[in-house]
Design a protein around this ligand. Sequence first.
Ligand code: PLP
Length: 866
Amino acid sequence: MSPASPASDRWIVLKFGGTSVSRRHRWDTIGRLSKRRAEENDARVLVVVSALSGVTNELTAIADGAADSMERVGKLEQRHREFLAELELDADAVLGERLSILRALATDPRAVERTLPWQAEVLGQGELLSSTLGAAYLRASGLDFGWMDARNWLQAAVLPNQNAWAQRLSVSCSPLASAEWGEGFRQQPARMLLTQGFIARHRDGDTAILGRGGSDTSAAYFGALLGAQRVEIWTDVPGMFSANPREVPDARLLTRLDYAEAQEIATTGAKVLHPRSIKPCRDAGVPMAILDTERPELPGTSIDGNAVTVPGVKAISRRNGIVLVSMESVGMWQQVGFLADVFERFKRHGLSVDLIGSSETNVTVSLDPSENLVTTNVLAALSADLTEICRVKVIAPCSAITLVGRGMRSLLHKLSDVWATFGRERVHMISQSSNDLNLTFVIDEVDADGLLPVLHAALIDSGAMPVEETSVFGPRWREIANGIRKRETPWWHGERARLLAMAEAGTPRYAYHLPTVRARAQALNALAPIDQRYYAIKANSHPAILQLLVEEGFGLECVSLGELQRVFEIIPELSPRRVLFTPSFAPRAEYEAAYGLGVTVTLDNVESLQRWPEVFRGRDLWLRVDLGRGDGHHEKVRTGGKDSKFGLPVAKVETFVALARGLGANVIGLHAHLGSGVETPQHWKQVCDELGGIAERIGSVEVIDIGGGLPIPYTEDDEPFDLEAWGAGLSEIKAAYPGYRLAIEPGRYLVAEAGVLLLTATQVVEKDGVRRVGLDAGMNALIRPALYDAWHDILNLSRLDDANDGVFDVVGPICESSDVLGKRRRLPDATSDGDVVLIADAGAYGFAMANAYNLRALPKEEVLDV
Ligand SMILES: *Cc1c(COP(=O)(O)O)cnc(C)c1O
């Protein structure tokens, strides 16, 4: 017996689920963690466990009267005996008695009628077995562990309106403890105690079951009853995430939530914590934590009442199998009692309603299958009943997509990208909760496939999900699962002296590092599924870069006659077969000139064929399609969808092909380029798949061109694009369409990181508490920040080794308020006029978009090679 510790009334409750108790090394972890918690906090520890994984399912089958119950009992016995052997414990000594109780239950006379008390008894055996063997193992390991029967400590509460089933198999407990109760608990001799989740005492003295999520709820009740310091739910995932990580690898770990948000997230999707388990802790003010048994070093998710309130979307979830019931009735809603009649019918069929939307003549409600027994029979019966009072339409299966977070109302203006994403789908219903914690969209289930990663990214990009709040948002799932791939150290760190010397010769000046361009080209060349590569020269048409890329085997993609002329001027010997012409709203003469040069022409509308048939008669051409959506780092770079001027809508493809055939023109290439700086590798896989389908219908297509748009990591947080995953996805699709050559046409990816813009500070000015460092060029030299809110790292190259201990807005000399290269940037406090400032990752769409606005001179350009 341990001496009465002064800590005897400080408790920590740890709960371990099925997978955490089914392996020997996991029990070692349980022992180690319990001991550490007891010592660290000078506390006593109560461990709550589930049954070994899979055992409760077996017991459920037995309780449901499975024909082969005896066989199942035999297997369960064998399973536990084998596990005891793994634990090197004597099976008969440890579990002999419990196993005979299990056998006796199977032959119990009550088994014939499957009475509810008998079912509860059967279901509870799994936890009794696992806790008994666990306590024996931990004691054998030399730990001071006592075993308790949870039924002696948790009493099922009697609630009004509960049927007999719920009173036995889905009970709640009162989280209020008597002094006597507390005293009895304190007097348990061992410092650490082990007990069962899932079970409680019915008021008749027999067993009662807590129902789904039972073990979490048990731990929460114990935590509340004991006024514990903390309840830790140990499981096999690192905590709650901002989305289901299996669907959204970029989902962030949520490191801190308040009870209400956690409750909402648990209710609308996250399976990691049962929503029922939060209330007892919330009411008692006991903090909770979700932690990963295999990765105990991760922060997990903490849930408590002291979490600072951070407004914003914390999570997005999707529930499938939602059934909508739409009820149409003219002029009846104002009638007293009409809605009561409607809901009475739902009640009659035991259906609870989740979301409600109403208009003058229509009320639509959703049924959540996890709370209801929704079968076709039930629905048919409900419809029949409702038909007596209104017209009924059942819409199923649907998905409910829910955004959860505090202050949803004040976020609506940031959700325009989210609205736009949904805009492509039919939204049956939108519902905002009155507690301002969630916003739910109901759409057809098929439309929801693949949507979550896109929505999650849109929430982050729009600022609606404030992932920069590190008190709430932790690492991405991808980082946790695979480790994050860091950006390599930028080349210019090693070239500082040369760059400073260049700046001496005058700024603004772009410098391009050719070895970086070469490395990117070679990485793309190494990807097996891609047959043809083109460089989109509008990103940067410096002669040295064009030459280098052509040497590396790239063709060139041009969007104007000017670009075509530039290409042949610099590389006269270049075969026109390696040049694409993909203009937008180009005049007729440019098409004629392009055919004259012998390059491949891409067209994206039927009107050109109709108005200028002679230009295209008998020619080969590529067709650019609009797959109905755009993507990319900013609204202004999305080149697909209804609002975009690019591409032929898929619905017009047939007309286009027929017109072309009529002219004897041959559609031999199919092209889509939906945007720039797209971060999800799945994007191209999908594009490729869709183009493959269209190509099959056209028949004459030889090449599928999936465009450019590959991103680069502009910020510290951005990860380098996963080329391998990208290539692997494309290989999969290519296998489905082996008859086509696959082409890409990146711009940014090849050159962005190779370029820097060198500028000189002209002055530092303070105004109303904001310090601004002025440079000798701004949006005239680099327009991306002004045009796209783009981020470029900004460094003081003259003071590169100094600490960045000052905060400045970095601005140019142009008379426009958008002439800002970066806001609130950290630079050395001593930054002053004459310092050389470097703008990183400016190789793409930098000089190419520079202009002479305010009659300021264009920047100079220079290359560095090894
Ligand atoms: C601009 C452009 C590209 C290149 O886009 P990046 O985002 O720089 O890769 C490719 N194809 C077409 C048709 C373009 O207009």
